[in-house]
Write a protein that binds this ligand. Structure first.
Ligand code: ATP
Length: 943
């Protein structure tokens, strides 16, 4: 089995067993390994020993390939301890009912009923095989889920940096990591800037650990057992699977795969069985309750039968077969397979569900909180407009950058415009990649670089030295860069949200390049212009600069001030085309959509209106981050019903929003991509992270990853989630109605002193149909898109609702009546029970079951609407089951096994007519339900 080494449980959610295991893990971690060896070595020694370079990494691809051959892939592969055959054989003895059946075969053999013994043995093999195959499929599909989010990393080899799968790393490789990343192997850190790493999934400690490149002094640990340096004290080592919480750095790979610290304990951690989903638990409980009920009924049948003087061997066989058939032991497995297959299907539709229980929760989501940039919008920024106070005087003179795609804008290059563009160039971390032939980096930065050529300007970053950067983040909302030019003059360039930047400006730059004092009136004009451009949906950035005294002192966020305003640039980031129809459907299904953005109110309102989020009155529908700061959770919970937009919000606000929504009992899906989004993602019922833009920290905290970062994929996931739930309800109806019908049939015939209408073998065959392919194929019924029109399912709603119960009892009654009718009719013809009579009854039951399965494909829609060919798996499963049934009645070998005889064509037609009644009955029920609900809908529409 190959496993995802990053799937370890989160520290604070550990159970007692997990804690005990962690104790054992601690012991495993204290054994010497690569991280212990290298943590006391200096950077130079490490580089020398691993023959690698601190700047360009391994020197040749050939050397990397050689090391891969020697050390293998960077994966933790757990050997299967049991062979498939052993597993198969052990499943014969694991189930007590199967043991009883084996017992009954042995008894039959001893009593000389060789036919029976052979038949029962054959049945046992088939029943066990079907169960085994299903369980194996369930295991395999669960395993496949682990591989859906492969670990990636930034590798530097032969001087080239690339983004690769972590499994390809070899010792000696140079890896670059930054805030939000997951460490891909055990690394000896050689460079660290403000680096702290969350090692909780390895050590259990929640506090991130500060790391540096300095080697550990071995002598300080002489008092430790065997002088081993504890794992948390190896401060120059970054461990595989841990998460970078702050800063960035570089490291040399010293341990991979099993030879990492994670590898040492992974085997133990993977032994912790994943908790079952609420649905799986409910199914387990249902299975147990039904078993108890069935055992009581079967016990009674057996007792009454023996008291009536029937053969005890026959009663024993019937009872055991009935127990096998009536107990839907396949139910939990089918639920797991359905969930897992559903998750794989979702992955194909770009939504990766990381935790199985989330599939169930998806159908209950009634609030979606979504980021704007990149999720609702395409994140393809283009600088659309530029405005400077002096050269453009009023907002009517805004210079459009889009219209002039062809011609040069050089003539517009006044000093203030030039400074604005230059600051955009300096405060910029995007870079041109020769390999890709385009700029790589933050879309805002890229858009700013792309403007330079329109003004015949070029990138001036190589001409000065960057001394310090205060990076942009969603809380700070600006970025500042301190530079020194060739003459040794220091200056500071700032770009960011216009309120933020403007509040630090005391002067402005005029079109001639002179600095002038900024009056209140001019300040108002800037704000008015920014707001007006934002109302067009543009994302506004302000630019400012200042000269600094010739000092190398480090700047802090607070010391940025007294700036000279140069201009504004408005960025266009169009909504994704798929979002509007998705929002329309979600709103129809009663889902409340909230946009959370760091952008200004006006930009947010414009985008919201473009994508169909209702903003009737911005005073009620929009809440700003500032107002949010003043509200308690209760106050927020009271007003949030009307709120559709949170503007100028920070990731920290997301936590308040989720808390308030959950307080109201809402089931919340929340999107996020940054490190600071992680707490809100964890708290939300469904945390949704972005596959492309998202950090590993956010992905780790989330329940679902959108591989295309697209909001509309959430709709797809909810739709699938609801579909899966409906499918589970449908095959539950099928299995339980078959089970009830089989049990009642034998109980009734015993009570009325009639001979048994089905023999043990026939009952076992029915069990295979009930637990096997037809039931499973109901689990893969394609999603009916109309599920989105229905309101979200209540979180507390049970799977076995009274409607499901009524439906299955009705169906079972229909099957019982039909089968008893055929049995009595056949028996009455000759006054005794012949092989023909049981063949007719048996085939009738099987036909009934197939029609029942067909009816169960949808709970409310007619199959004529759903389409007879929409579920190929179903048709195949039913086709094969019918073929099996034909073999059972026409092939001599099986005739002797099932004690059947050939039926005429007219017999089959007769049985088909009788058994189709269950389908007709259910179609009528669906028609009735539709009629009454549409009347109710119409009634509510009128009201
Ligand atoms: P969300 O992604 O949550 O919808 P957002 O991405 O629009 O929100 P932020 O990234 O927090 O919000 O941006 C908030 C504001 O910060 C923007 O309106 C813009 O003015 C400014 N800003 C955005 N990116 C940068 C950047 N790279 N450098 C400087 N300022 C920026």
């Amino acid at each position: 089995m190959s496993a995802n080494p990053f799937d370890a449980p989160i520290a604070d959610e550990r159970s007692i067993e997990e804690r005990e295991l962690l104790e054992v893990a601690k012991e495993a971690l204290s054994r010497p390994n690569a991280s212990l060896e290298y943590c006391t070595m200096s950077v130079d020694e490490t580089l020398r020993k691993l023959e690698t370079d601190p700047k360009s990494g391994l020197g040749s691809i050939a050397e990397a390939s050689r090391r891969k051959l020697v050390y293998g892939a960077n994966e933790i592969v757990i050997e299967e301890d049991e062979s498939l055959w052993k597993k198969f054989l052990s499943s014969f003895v694991e189930d007590r009912l199967i043991l009883l059946l084996i017992g009954s075969a042995v008894v039959s053999f001893i009593m000389g009923n060789i036919d029976d013994a052979v038949s029962i043995t054959l049945a046992i093999v088939i029943v066990v095989s079907v169960g085994f195959v299903q369980e194996y499929r369930s295991e395999k599909s669960l395993e496949a889920l682990n591989k859906l989010v492969p670990a990636e990393c930034h590798l530097i080899r032969c001087g080239q940096e690339s983004h690769v799968l972590a499994s390809g790393l070899v010792p000696g490789d140079l890896v670059h990591f930054k805030i939000g990343d997951r460490i891909p192997a055990d690394l000896r850190i050689i460079e660290a800037v403000d680096l702290s790493i969350d090692e909780s999934n390895l050590t259990g400690e929640n506090e991130p650990v500060h790391k540096s490149a300095k080697e550990v002094n071995k002598d300080s640990f002489n008092d430790q057992p065997n002088s081993i340096i504890p794992i948390s004290d190896r401060t120059c080592v970054a461990y595989m699977g841990t998460l970078v919480k702050e800063g960035h750095g570089k490291g040399i790979v010293v341990g991979i795969g099993k030879n990492t610290s994670f590898g040492a304990i992974f085997e133990m951690l993977s032994n912790i069985e994943k908790p079952k989903t609420p649905l799986q638990n409910a199914m387990d409980k249902l299975g147990k309750d039904l078993s108890l009920f069935s055992f009581i009924v079967i016990g009674l049948i057996c007792l009454v039968g023996i008291l009536q003087g029937r053969s005890w061997l026959e009663m024993f066989q019937i009872s055991v077969s009935l127990a096998v058939a009536a107990i839907p032991e396949g139910l939990p497995i089918i639920v797991t397979v359905t969930l897992a297959l559903g998750v794989l299907r979702m992955a194909k539709r770009k939504a990766i569900v990381r935790r199985l229980p989330s599939v169930e929760t998806l159908g209950s989501v009634n609030v979606i909180c979504s980021d704007k940039t990149g999720t609702l919008t395409s994140n393809h920024m283009t600088a659309s407009k530029i405005w400077c106070l002096d050269s453009m005087a009023n907002k009517a003179n805004v210079l459009s950058l889009e219209k002039s795609k062809s011609g040069s804008l050089k003539n517009y290059l006044t000093e203030d415009v030039k400074s604005t563009l230059t600051i955009g160039n300096i405060c910029n971390n995007a870079s041109f990649s020769q390999e890709h032939g385009k700029y790589l980096g933050n879309p805002t930065d890229i858009a700013l670089l792309e403007q330079l050529s329109k003004f015949d300007l070029s990138d001036i970053r190589p001409t000065f030295k960057k001394v310090q950067e205060i990076p942009f983040n969603s809380k700070r909302k600006f970025m500042a860069v301190k530079i020194v030019n060739s003459e040794g003059k220091y200056s500071l360039c700032v770009k960011g949200a216009f309120e933020k930047v403007l509040s630090q400006c005391s002067h402005y730059l005029n079109q001639k390049g002179k600095t002038e004092k900024l009056t209140q009136g001019q300040r108002d004009v800037i704000i008015e212009t920014a707001n007006s451009l934002a109302s067009e949906g543009l994302r506004m950035l302000a630019f400012a600069k200042t000269t600094l005294p010739d000092s190398p002192t480090l700047l802090t966020e607070e010391s940025v001030g007294d700036l000279i305003f140069t201009g504004l640039i408005g960025m266009n980031d169009p909504p994704r085309p798929t979002v509007k129809p998705a929002i329309e459907q979600l709103l129809q299904g009663g889902v409340h959509i909230i946009m959370i953005t760091g952008d200004s109110e006006n930009t947010a309102v414009n985008i919201a209106r473009q994508i169909g989020i209702p903003v009737l009155d911005p005073k009620l529908s929009v809440l700003s981050g500032d107002k949010l700061n003043e509200m308690s959770d209760d106050q927020l919970a009271n007003v949030i019903d009307h709120v559709n937009i949170f503007a100028r919000a920070t990731p920290e606000h997301k936590l308040n929003i989720v808390r308030a929504l959950r307080k109201r009992g809402d089931v919340v899906a929340m999107t996020g991509d940054g490190v600071n989004d992680a707490p809100a993602l964890k708290l939300a019922d469904i945390g949704v992270s972005m596959g492309r833009m998202g950090t590993d920290v956010a992905k780790e905290a989330s329940d679902m990853v959108l591989t295309d970062d697209d909001f509309s994929t959430i709709l797809t996931a909810i739709e699938e989630g609801k579909g899966i739930f409906n499918n589970i309800q449908n095959f539950l109806t099928f299995q339980l109605s078959t089970s009830v019908a089989a049990l009642s049939l034998i109980a009734l015939s015993t009570a009325f002193k009639l001979p048994n209408p089905l023999n043990a073998m026939q009952i076992l065959w029915i069990n295979i149909l009930m637990d096997g392919p037809p039931a499973q194929s109901l689990g893969v019924e394609p999603v009916d898109h109309e599920v989105m029109k229905k309101p979200p399912r209540k979180r507390s709603e049970k799977i076995l609702t009274s409607q499901v119960l009524k439906r299955l009892l009705g169906t079972a009654a229909c099957i019982i009546l039909g089968t008893v009718y055929v049995f009595i009719k056949e028996m009455a013809e000759d006054g005794e029970v012949t092989a023909r009579d049981t063949t007719m009854t048996f085939t009738c039951f099987v036909f009934f079951d197939m029609f029942n399965a067909l009816a169960c494909r949808h709970s409310t829609k007619s199959i004529f609407e759903v389409g007879f060919f929409a579920n190929k798996m179903f048709n195949l499963a039913v086709g094969l089951s019918l073929l099996g049934q034909m073999c059972a009645i026409y092939i001599p070998f099986f005739q002797s096994v099932f004690k059947t005889e050939s039926l005429s064509f007219m017999d089959l037609i007769f049985l088909l007519v009788i058994s189709s009644s269950v389908f007709v009955f259910d179609e009528l029920r669906k028609w009735w339900v539709k009629r009454t609900t549409s009347t109710i809908d119409a009634y509510y529409d009128i009201v």
